[in-house]
Design a binder for this molecule. Structure first.
Ligand SMILES: *Cc1c(COP(=O)(O)O)cnc(C)c1O
Length: 396
């Protein structure tokens, strides 16, 4: 009997009254640097389409061919009858790209993070997690029976203190989990220092590189490459849903035995459907392109630098960094309203950006998160800045 209708209606009203209802804007075009929404055409500065592969003709063609040759769906989990050769090839290609021993695919990185901790850490073990880690790491850690510890964002003194506590509490296995890039700030985790501490305390290191695989680091191998610790990170988790084509799928990559054990024990792998054939084929094409995309990575860096320079010159308050995630800050009590109104005014001017405020980011730390792409032209970047300036003037 459906007796909770009134309670749910009240919960929805509470969300609405607090101004926290999330609404979804319809795109009537493919995802790209230029999209059409119900409010008209817009330059898109809020997708994770860092290399512009989401609508790349070669990626789309590979996916279409796979539909014809390999069908629509797998209708099975991998170990029953859901593995095609291309699934294992994509795993091998990801391993080659990341410089790891082996890789296992999941339906999403959310599932990868949901399935990795429980297998590696149980009763008597301990996991320490950066306070800004992605929701899927938080949930994945909760699913394990390990004792949970938390350290302040990228604070190595606090991480050391927590590791000392963990050892003092008699933890058996110890694992440090961090995002490679923190998605609301665009900052990169201090992986060299984290690996040093891991060595000192005999801990494993897991890096979720969802906002980095394919474009961060000199050849796009991600934050371990950017920090010079590719051979010291034990486990990398990542997504195919951002720079690598942006469809769906995730993975865990690392030591051979870890991946082998995940294939035997990881619940989202064992009890969820295999990644669809067209998605696997499209993702392989995206990875092939990403591998040789030094030009696109250079364009992405140039766009990011140009945007950061012009916005700073125009007097906006940016969080420092080099990542294409560029938070434009609107601090203080009025910030949430300002950021929201400016983002709306920008959309009327044909530039699509999104404002974030509490509880997604801390109180009085509202921001518009701009995400650059290699698919943006210099003209697009300048138009985005011009729209920020005009909208600020209009709202002020
Ligand atoms: C986007 C993201 C995920 C989720 O990836 P999906 O493949 O979309 O489930 C996980 N972790 C981090 C850090 C992310 O940014």
């Amino acid at each position: 009997m459906y007796t909770i209708k009134n309670e749910l209606t009240a919960a929805l009203a509470e969300i609405e009254n607090a101004g926290l209802t999330k609404r979804e804007r319809l795109l009537t075009t493919p995802q790209g640097s230029h999209v059409t929404t119900t409010t008209g055409e817009a330059l898109n500065f809020c997708a994770n389409n860092y290399l512009g592969l989401a609508d790349h003709p070669a990626v789309v063609a590979a996916a279409k061919d796979a539909l014809d040759e390999l069908g629509f769906g797998m209708a099975s989990v991998r170990f029953i009858c859901g593995t095609q050769e291309q699934h294992t090839l994509l795993e091998r290609e990801l391993s080659e790209f990341l410089g790891t021993e082996d890789t296992i695919l999941y339906s999403s990185c959310f599932d990868a993070n949901g399935g990795v901790f429980e297998v590696l850490c149980g009763e008597g073990d301990a996991i320490v997690s950066d306070e800004l880690n992605h929701a899927s790491i938080i949930d994945g850690v909760r699913l394990s029976r390990a004792t949970r510890y938390r350290y302040r964002n990228a604070d190595m003194d606090d991480l050391r203190a927590q590791l000392e506590r963990m050892r003092g509490d008699g933890a058996n296995r110890v694992l440090i989990a961090t995002d490679g890039v923190f998605s609301m700030d665009g900052s990169i985790a201090p992986l060299r220092e984290i690996c040093d501490l891991a060595e000192e305390f005999g801990a494993l290191v897991l890096v979720d590189d969802s906002h980095a695989t394919g474009f961060v680091g000199p050849t796009g191998r991600g934050t371990p490459e950017a920090c010079g610790v590719q051979d010291r990170v034990d486990i990398v988790t990542g997504t195919l849903g951002k720079a690598l084509g942006g469809a769906s799928g995730g993975f865990v990559s690392g030591h051979r035995e870890i991946v082998a054990l995940l294939r035997q024990r990881s619940r989202p792998y064992l009890f969820s459907n295999a990644v669809a054939p067209s998605v696997v084929a499209g993702s392989r094409a995206a990875l092939r392109i990403a591998r040789v995309s030094d030009d696109a990575r250079a364009t992405l860096r140039r766009n990011t630098e140009l945007f950061r320079r012009l916005m700073t010159e125009a007097g906006f308050d940016l969080l420092p960094g080099q990542h294409p995630i560029t938070p434009v800050m609107f601090p203080g009590d009025e910030g949430a309203r300002q950021a929201g109104t400016i983002a709306e005014a920008m959309l009327r001017r044909g530039v699509y950006v999104v404002a974030f405020s509490f509880p997604v980011v801390p109180h009085a730390r509202a921001r518009i998160r701009v995400q650059l792409s290699a698919a943006h032209s210099e003209e697009d970047v300048r138009a985005c800045v011009a729209s920020f300036v005009a909208s600020r003037d209009e709202v002020a």
